[in-house]
Each structure stands twice: as C-alpha cells, then as structure tokens.
Write a protein that binds this ligand. Structure first.
Ligand SMILES: Nc1nc2c(c(=O)[nH]1)N[C@H]1C(S)=C(S)[C@@H](COP(=O)(O)OP(=O)(O)OC[C@H]3O[C@@H](n4cnc5c(=O)[nH]c(N)nc54)[C@H](O)[C@@H]3O)O[C@H]1N2
Ligand SMILES: Nc1nc2c(c(=O)[nH]1)N[C@H]1C(S)=C(S)[C@@H](COP(=O)(O)OP(=O)(O)OC[C@H]3O[C@@H](n4cnc5c(=O)[nH]c(N)nc54)[C@H](O)[C@@H]3O)O[C@H]1N2
Ligand code: SF4
Ligand SMILES: [Mo]
Length: 691
C-alpha cells in the first residue's frame, strides 16, 4: 500500500505535523507521524492520531445545503455547487446594489490557511469587512509589540539559557515543541513559569509564580523594580535606545514590591528571585501566549509591561533572547519571502469605507493587519451605525467564540443572509441560510510554511468526502460567480501559488515534486540587533517604554497597572466572590473542535470546573458533584473537579463546549478598550452545589 505525504492542520499554525497516510481506493486507512518532518519528527498528538475519526466523522458536511423556511427549522435541502454559488452571488450582488459592498462581512474562524484569499475576495467585492478569529487571539500581543518595539521576536530556544514562560502551556498547545523544551531542561536551561495554575509546564519549572489572573502587569512592574533597584538592567541599551525610562523609574518608585505582592498574590521574595534569575542568566528568552495575558480588560497594557523585560535586560534581538525574524507567510517565519501582503490587499484602505470597529478600537485597527474587529460586529449590526450590515459569509464560523454568545447569535440572526463553510454540520450551521462543505487537509491542496525553514505544497491524498471541496476552490469559485475571476487567476490555484511564492523563486510545479516537503533554499538571514542600523520602527525610533501612539490617543503612555472592572479586589460585598478564568486549553480539543471525535471525547466526557478543594469544602461540594457556575449574566451546570493545581479563590472552566457554553456568562461588551479583546480570564463568579 503506498504511503502518501501530507500534514495535519487541526491545531495551531506553529505545529501542523507531517503525516504518512496509508490510502486504499481513495480512502484513508491509517496515519502515522512523518519521521523526516522537522515539526513533529514522527510524533502525533491524540487529535492527529484520531485523523480517521475526524475525516470520516458522522457529522461531516457532505453537500451544499439551503435552509428553506425559517432559520433553525431544519428544513434543509441538498443543492448542487453551481446552484449554491449562484444563489450566494445573486444575493450578495442584490445586497451590494441596495446597501453597498461594506454591508457584507467575510469572516474566517480559527482556520487560517485560506485567509489571504478570503481577504482578497472581500476587498475585490468592495468590502473592507474581512474579519477573523484573530480579533480575540494573537493580535493584541502583536500590536503591543508593534507599539513598544515596532516588531517583536519569538524566543530563540536553541540558544537560550533561561526561559521565562509567561502564561503559555506549550506541552498542550504547541506540542511539537515538547521534545525540544525537555531537551533544554535536561541541558540545565532555567525555566520560570508565570501561570495561575500548576500547568504541565509549570510542573517542570525552577520557579513558578502563581499569580492572581489578570495581574500580570503588576508582576512585570514588580520584576522591573528589582531589575532597576539592583542595577540588573542594561544601562547602555536603556540610555541609547529607550524612550520614557525616567517616567518608568518614577512610577516604580511609587510602587514597592509589597504593592506588587498585594496585587498579584505572589510573595515579594519570589518576585525578586524571578527578576534575579531572568536578569542575571544570559541570554534569557521570553515566551508569551497568544491570548492568556491579553484576555483581560487590562490585558493590552499588562502585556506591554511584560514586553519591557527583554529590552531592559538587553535580551532583545540577540541570539538566545527574543530574536526578530520576519514573518513570511501566515504567522510563520519560514525564511521564504512571499507576496502575501500583495495578495491580501487588492485595494488600499483609503479606497474602501471604514472597517467595523475602526471607531471603537482605532489603535488595533491601525496597527494590526487591515481587518475589521470581530468583537465590534454585533454592536454595529444592532445599531446600524455608521452604516447597516446585511450579510455574513463565514468560513469556520463558530458563534460561541464571542463573549455573550447568545447576543452575538441574536444579532447575526437579524441579518438578511447567512452562509457558513465548515467541515462539520455544527451548531452554528443550523442557523444559516446556506451551508457549504469544506475539505480537510487530507482532501485538498495546501501550501504551508514552517518556522523550521520548511515548506510543503500538498496534493489531495484521498477523495473528498462526498461533495466537500477545498476552501480555496470555494473562494475562487465564489469570485467567478461574482465576476471577479480576473482577480483570481481565472480559477487556477497553482497560478496563485506561483505568484505568492515568486519572491523566493518557487513554483507550484517545483514544490509538488517534493510531496514530503523541502527545506527552504537560501532562507532570509535575519542578523541580530537590527535596530543598531536603522533604529526601531516606532515613532521615536526607540523602544517605547512610553508609547507615543497611546499617549496621542489619550491612553496611559506607560503600561501602568490598573485593576479590571470586575476586580476581585473591589470593595463591594459581592455575591460573586470567586474569580472565573475561562479557556485554558485542553490537549484533546481545539475550542469547539474534536468533541465529535470518539478518541478525544472519551478523554474528557464531562464539563469540568477546576476548583481548589478549600473553595469546595466551604461550599459543601464534593468531588464530581454537579454545581452551578454563576455570574451576574447567568448560570450554567457543570461538574466540580477538585484539584490543587488551581489557586484557592480562582475557578477555571473550558470554553468551546456547545453545552454548557461558558461564554453565555460573559457580557458581550466586556472588552479591553485598546485591543477590543474580551475579559475571558478575569471575571467574578459564584459556585453553588446543585440540589
Ligand atoms: N471563554 C473563552 N472564549 C474564547 C477563548 C477563551 O480562552 N475563553 N479563546 C478565544 C480564542 S484565543 C480563539 S482562537 C477562539 C477560537 O475560535 P473558533 O473559531 O471558535 O475556533 P474553532 O472552534 O477551533 O473553529 C471554528 C470552526 O472552524 C471549523 N474548521 C476547522 N478547519 C476548517 C477548515 O479548514 N475550513 C473550514 N471552512 N472550516 C474549518 C471547525 O469545524 C469549527 O466549526 O475562541 C475564543 N473564545
Ligand atoms: N490542544 C489545543 N491546543 C491549542 C488550542 C486548543 O484549543 N487546544 N488553541 C490554540 C489557540 S487559538 C491559542 S490562543 C493557544 C493558546 O496557547 P497557550 O497560551 O499556551 O494556552 P492556554 O491554555 O490558553 O494558556 C496558557 C496558560 O495561561 C494561564 N493563564 C490563564 N490566565 C492567565 C493570566 O491571567 N496570567 C497568566 N500569566 N497566565 C494565565 C493558564 O492557566 C494556562 O496554563 O493555543 C493553541 N493551541
Ligand atoms: S493536532 Fe496534534 S497532530 Fe495535529 S498538528 Fe496539532 S499537534 Fe500535530
Ligand atoms: Mo486563540
């Protein structure tokens, strides 16, 4: 039986494991990790190992379908692709003629691989309203880095001697890093973990700072105080390359370590120890999360405070520190330059009407890639201001991603036309006018870049399940029906890949000749301390401890620490004494995904609320008791999982479940005023036993 080469694209774009697929009569029979692939070196996690159950899941969407009658009436009728795409095109053109192209939203959920082409479709159609899941993920840290340094770099793991892991749990979330992290540990590299839970990473750390969620800014400022007090900062760098150091010193002087201890719950001796370990071990690298520090109302500024650490200690853009390499394609640094930007943006933003959210989150909108802000969508749908919204074309839309998911759904249902393209007939699909079946990575052609300077262009290794199709082909075909075929290489996907890869002289034909992938020839050489040549790409040309952009926009220029609105320190005698933290990742699920896959589902059958035994005994709650998890917005029924891994006073609930949905408990406008990120991780709640 032949072994065909492909990769798993279930989880985050920094993993994506190479796969050897055994195929019989066009059907997948077996998968195993590809030994020669630099990302996974033969390994697969439980999700990838369950690929057969995923590809052939019972609820795969099999045909384009249209819902006749009312939404939610389940009156579905199978239609042909031609019919589906004609209906979509004619409705969109009607809506464009009546309300303008900006009234149509083009949205990508968690899947990322087709995004540049979806954005091209939106702009080609005339709508600035291309929006994505990144409005709650990774973009806030990205913008925080841009405002502070102009760019930011990932931790240079192979060369570091100290890893300060601030709020990430890579053993679960980026599991292809596991082996190399354990190797570092065995080599004696110091690990510091900043995490309110004893995570699988924190267990391995030399030092674990178990802070109260959402107080990261206070902790970072506490560490900075020690670095300054004990002269552990890089004085040359600070003098030459920073803006606002004196303001920082003034602030720090007013905030002793006792203050940081009180805010964070971390003993001041531990804060001092962490600052010394990070400040004195050279080189040291900072690893952060795409979301956990920024899922708070004060998250953007907290993240900025954390990002000051590499600069102040001379660890920015050096070997073994936070090394800046250019992003070449879809969030990765493969070293092979592409025309991604050119392909995404066929119109300049000046030629398009304002994006959704531009009024409310101007900094995010200006300094992130030109997208609309997803969190602002339901509010503009409701208000119709500054202009009405009428249609939503989703690719991988899960309406439960939003805080106040019921509010988002209700606003969505007030639109005139709803389409979603997904692999599965999800809960969200039930509310659409039309659904389109997408193909998995096994059934499509996909171009992928890896940070390890590796490229792959796959061809389908199995027949698509029933009538499912690649998202890319669907987008190209939608474009054809809208009369935009010229913008879409007249339907020729390989021609698009040729144009995309032209700056690094690869063609689709050449890439297809090495189905197992290839190391990038002559990858871009990044060099170190690039600011010494050209300064930092910030308004002042320096690392901005005080941000010029924030100051001009009326925000605190310095990342000073402020308690979030629902602070657990506030004095009101609240009925909600516990902190609710949501969404710590589980290894067997990806948000709303993999719950339909038996091997994954079996590993965690119940909706578990992690709580400390002391909080449980105060409430007469025993292991596995059913409890109500309640916030001022509502309550859901969950099962108590008593565990010492979480702090007393803080409970943790997974997101992504259809039932019970924790996002029903969160106000839709509980948003960070700078980034628009929801406060998913520092809310107030109560837990009581179900009678
Ligand atoms: N309470 C709480 N809420 C959160 C978070 C939290 O921590 N707490 N985290 C937030 C974050 S960081 C994120 S990233 C979001 C997750 O964002 P979501 O978009 O909700 O993520 P998923 O559920 O993984 O994926 C959405 C849909 O994409 C479909 N899909 C997968 N692959 C493909 C494909 O190739 N093509 C197509 N067309 N569809 C596909 C899936 O089947 C699924 O239905 O959730 C956010 N919401
Ligand atoms: N298996 C799996 N992998 C995934 C995903 C998934 O759903 N499943 N999702 C992908 C996505 S979209 C994302 S954004 C990433 C997230 O990737 P990670 O950030 O690595 O994972 P999380 O579990 O969200 O958060 C990591 C840690 O942050 C801690 N944390 C929570 N609140 C705070 C806080 O206020 N401060 C600090 N310092 N730490 C805090 C949690 O306790 C948790 O241990 O994972 C990606 N990978
Ligand atoms: S889900 Fe697992 S197997 Fe698939 S890419 Fe992610 S880590 Fe690899
Ligand atoms: Mo995310």
């Amino acid at each position: 039986m032949p072994i065909l080469k492909t990769f798993c694209s279930i989880c985050n774009p920094h993993s994506h494991c190479g796969i050897n697929a055994r195929v019989e009569n066009g059907r997948l029979i077996e998968v195993e990790g590809m030994l020669e692939h630099p990302a996974n070196e033969g390994t697969l996690c439980v999700k990838g190992a369950a690929s057969l159950q995923y590809v052939y899941a019972k609820n795969r969407l099999k045909y384009p379908m249209i819902q006749r009658g009312e939404r939610g009436s389940k009156n579905w009728e199978r239609i042909s692709w031609e019919e589906a795409l004609s209906v979509i095109a004619s409705r969109l053109i009607e809506i464009r003629d009546q309300y303008g192209p900006e009234s149509v939203i083009f949205f990508a959920g968690y899947p990322k691989w087709f995004r540049p082409f979806l954005q091209r479709l939106a702009h080609g159609f005339g709508s600035p309203n291309y929006a994505t899941e990144s409005s709650v993920c990774s973009s806030s840290p990205t913008v925080a880095g841009k405002l502070t340094y102009g760019y930011f770099g990932r931790p240079d793991l192979p060369k570091t001697r100290c890893l300060l892991n601030w709020s990430s749990n890579p053993f679960y979330t980026n599991s292809t890093l596991t082996r190399s992290l354990l190797d570092l540990r065995e080599k004696g590299v110091k690990f510091i973990s900043v995490d309110p839970r004893l995570s699988s990473f924190a267990e391995k750390a030399d030092l674990h700072l178990q802070l109260r969620p959402g107080t990261d800014g206070a902790l970072a400022l506490g560490m900075i105080r020690v670095l300054i007090e004990e002269k552990l900062y890089d004085r040359d760098f600070v003098e030459k390359w920073t803006l606002g150091f004196d303001e920082l010193v003034d602030y720090i002087e007013e905030h002793p370590l006792e203050w940081a201890e009180k805010m964070t719950g971390v003993q001041k001796e531990k804060i001092r120890e962490a600052a010394r370990l990070y400040g004195m071990t050279k080189p040291a690298a900072l690893m952060t999360s795409a979301s956990s520090t920024t899922h708070h109302l004060n998250g953007f500024q907290n993240h900025r405070a954390i990002l000051l650490l590499p600069g102040l200690t001379g660890n920015f853009d050096i070997p073994g520190g936070n090394w800046v390499e250019p992003i070449t394609y879809l969030y990765t640094t493969s070293g092979a330059p592409t025309n991604e930007e050119k392909i995404r943006l066929v119109k300049t933003l000046k030629e398009l009407p304002p994006r959704i959210g531009e009024d409310r989150f101007p900094i995010w909108c200006r300094y992130y890639t030109p997208e609309a802000h997803s969190m602002a969508i339901p509010f503009q749908i409701k208000s119709g201001k500054p202009y009405p919204l009428k249609a939503f074309i989703g690719f991988g839309l899960n309406y439960r991603m939003w805080p106040g998911s019921d509010f988002f759904k209700e606003s969505l249902l007030s639109l005139d036309f709803l389409v979603n393209t997904d692999l599965f007939f999800t809960d969200t699909c039930q509310w659409m006018d039309l659904v389109l079946p997408a193909a998995t990575s096994f059934e499509r052609t996909e171009l992928k870049h890896w940070n390890s300077k590796y490229l792959m262009l796959t061809s389908p290794v199995i027949n698509p399940v029933e009538k499912s199709r690649s998202d890319l082909e669907i987008i190209f075909d939608m474009a054809r029906h809208l009369g935009l075929e010229n913008l879409f290489w007249n339907g020729n996907v390989d021609a698009a890949i040729d144009e995309l890869m032209a700056p690094s002289n690869y063609t689709a034909e050449e890439l297809r000749k090495c189905p197992e992938g290839t190391y990038v020839r002559n990858p871009l050489k990044s060099g170190y301390k690039k600011y010494e040549k050209s300064g930092f790409p910030t308004p002042s040309g320096k690392m901005e401890i005080t941000s010029t952009i924030l100051r001009e926009a009326g925000f605190d220029a310095l990342p000073i620490y402020r308690e979030p609105r629902h602070s657990s320190l506030s004095k009101d005698p609240s009925n909600y004494p516990l902190i609710l933290n949501t969404g710590s990742r589980l290894p067997m699920f990806i948000h709303s995904e993999m719950h339909n896959v038996p091997w994954c589902e079996e590993l965690r059958k119940d909706p578990l609320l992690d709580m400390n035994p002391s909080d449980a005994s105060e409430r007469d709650i025993g292991p596995d008791d059913w409890v109500w998890l309640e916030t001022p917005r509502g309550k859901i029924r969950v099962k108590a999982n008593l565990t010492e891994t979480v702090l007393p006073g803080v409970v943790h609930m997974a997101h992504g479940l259809q039932e019970p949905d924790v996002n029903l408990l969160i106000e839709p406008d509980y948003l960070d005023p700078i980034s628009g990120f929801p406060g998913f991780k520092s809310l107030r709640c109560q837990v009581t036993k179900v009678d």
